[in-house]
Design a protein around this ligand. Structure first.
Ligand code: UD1
Length: 420
């Protein structure tokens, strides 16, 4: 298994380009199933979660080919198989996103039930309730979710999400675009990735209003057509680089990043003593003074994203004072805490709250990545630690960050990736 050896102490400086958003790409790849015509996506990151999604699409009979320049061409004209097998679904929970488009286009779908994962139980009840609200019948059979419609397909309806789940909002949207009549999706997530899915679906001929708000209105259409859509950039990748600059006292321009997509992260960084402002090409992040401890609580967008909680905690380990970090989105997303402890951080955990007491400095150690965001948090902490840190199991990083080590090296980091 590959590992990264990081010699801390260098400032992250210069500029770095962010990729297209993985979490925008996954639902849009699934959306190709809604149409018998071609969907071309631009700005698709080369990360292994996308490869897993493409594997699933090919299994379903979709022609899916990467093209030069981060493009992806999908053609579900020949798709016939409506079963998403256990072998692929178990690798990535986002596989559940094929359920709605398969059901909407073919009237029936079987998707292996995603299990728990490293960050908690992660139920899918809201996805299933959304489909039922549009007239689907959903049964569990031998570890598979079997959803079907009565003869004439899904019908428009009112979907009330009990929490603004990102995935369930996307499922609801993809089901509603081909349903007969009007659908209303209430308490929808407002995340930029949901709005980007809506923009892609509109390019395919869907009729959607209210994306980016808690209430989306969809007028069902009979079929979707050929389209081209460029993905938004990855706000979590951008936030991770912002923290790389902040934790090393650096000065970094993050090309392609949008401050508004970062929600409350910009304000949190400012309060912690980091300057962040928009430029013509993206964002500038500078830290010249000391870091101040601040409290954060993860929330649905535009609140502080759970996907940046681990990275922000790494930053707080060397801030002045004590920071309270509350995780409210997922139940057990603190696997990075013991690993940060190995680097000399002072963190105590109580339930869903971490108390981080700032220390004067971190020191190198051998640490183990446990999930995607936890692994990048360890890389960030290692950039600020004294000595040579080895981060094991970095395959987790490859799920969501394209060329992380190379990009950081170009900005002055001292990182070696070692195979085997
Ligand atoms: C997406 C992101 C993930 C991010 C998360 C929260 C993708 C591919 N992944 O995941 O990186 O961490 O949003 O911003 O976009 N829930 C239920 N029932 C459901 C669905 C969700 O109880 O049917 C709960 C979850 O357990 C969790 C919360 O709702 O506690 C939020 O999850 P959700 O927004 O659905 O996350 P994902 O879409 O899985």
């Amino acid at each position: 298994m590959d590992r990264m050896i990081i010699r801390g102490g260098s400032r992250i400086e210069g500029s770095v380009q962010v990729c297209g958003a993985k979490n925008a790409a996954l639902p849009q790849i699934a959306a190709a199933l809604l149409s018998a015509e071609r969907l071309e996506l631009g700005n698709v990151p080369e990360v292994s979660d996308i490869d897993t999604m493409l594997l699933l699409m090919r299994e379903l009979g979709v022609a899916a080919n990467r093209a030069p320049g981060h493009r992806l061409v999908l053609d579900a004209g020949g798709a016939r198989n409506t079963q998403a097998p256990y072998d692929i679904v178990r690798k990535m929970r986002a596989s559940i996103l094929v359920l709605a488009p398969l059901l909407a286009r073919f009237g029936s779908a079987r998707v292996s039930q995603p299990g728990g994962c490293a960050i908690g139980a992660r139920p899918i009840d809201l996805h299933l309730k959304a489909l039922e609200a549009l007239g689907a019948q959903v049964d569990m059979e031998a570890g598979y979710i079997h959803a079907r419609t009565s003869g004439d397909g899904l019908r428009g309806g009112r979907i009330v999400l009990s929490s603004p789940s990102v995935g369930a909002s996307e499922t609801a949207l993809m089901a509603a675009v081909l349903a007969r009549g009007e659908s209303e999706i209430l308490n929808a997530g407002r995340d930029p990735e949901i709005s980007d899915l809506a923009a892609c679906l509109v390019a395919m001929g869907a009729r959607i209003e209210g994306a980016g708000t808690h209430r989306m209105l969809v007028q069902g259409v009979q079929a979707l057509h050929q389209a081209r859509h460029d993905l938004i950039t990855d706000r979590i990748e951008a936030g991770s680089y912002a923290i790389a600059a902040a934790i090393t006292g650096g000065h970094l321009e993050i090309l392609g990043a949008h401050l508004e997509h970062l929600g409350s992260v910009g304000a949190a960084l400012e309060s912690a003593g980091v300057q962040i402002w928009p430029t013509d090409r993206g964002l500038m992040v500078v830290r010249s003074g000391p870091l101040q401890a601040i409290d954060i609580s993860t929330e649905p967008y535009p609140g502080f994203p759970t996907d940046l909680q681990a990275q922000f905690m790494a930053l707080m380990t060397i801030a002045r004072g004590a920071s309270v970090i509350r995780e409210t989105v997922f139940e057990s997303r603190f696997m990075h805490v013991p690993e940060l402890g190995r680097l000399g951080a002072n963190i105590s955990l109580q339930g869903s709250t971490a108390l981080v007491r700032g220390v004067d400095g971190l020191r190198a150690a051998e640490v183990m990545a446990t999930d995607l965001r936890a692994s990048v948090c360890l890389v960030l902490a290692a950039l600020a630690a004294e000595g040579e840190t080895t981060v094991h199991r970095i395959y987790h990083l490859d799920r969501g960050y394209e060329l992380l080590d190379r990009k950081l090296v170009q900005c002055g980091a001292n990182i070696q990736r070692v195979a085997g």
